[in-house]
Design a protein. Structure first.
Length: 77
């Protein structure tokens, strides 16, 4: 078994709320919880007693924000 089969890819790894907050531009962890409550981010995965999000889900959220900004920018006359 090689190391690539054991370690998750960057996109598949689980990250804690602190890292999510950092990826979202150093927002607060409370803001991360609000985004989850609003449904903007998916429900976290519980690993023992800690809650984690998939890195790919956070990247997808950022892409949606970027696409929304681009589409809104095009509609401005």
């Amino acid at each position: 078994m090689n190391i690539a089969t054991v370690l998750p890819s960057q996109e598949d790894r689980l990250i804690d709320f602190k890292e999510v907050a950092h990826l979202l531009g150093d927002v607060s962890e409370r803001s991360v919880r609000r985004l989850i409550a609003r449904g903007d981010l998916p429900q976290p995965v519980k690993v023992l007693s800690s809650r984690r999000l998939y890195h790919s889900d956070v990247r997808a959220y950022l892409e949606r924000l970027k696409n929304k900004r681009t589409s809104n920018h095009r509609s401005i006359p």
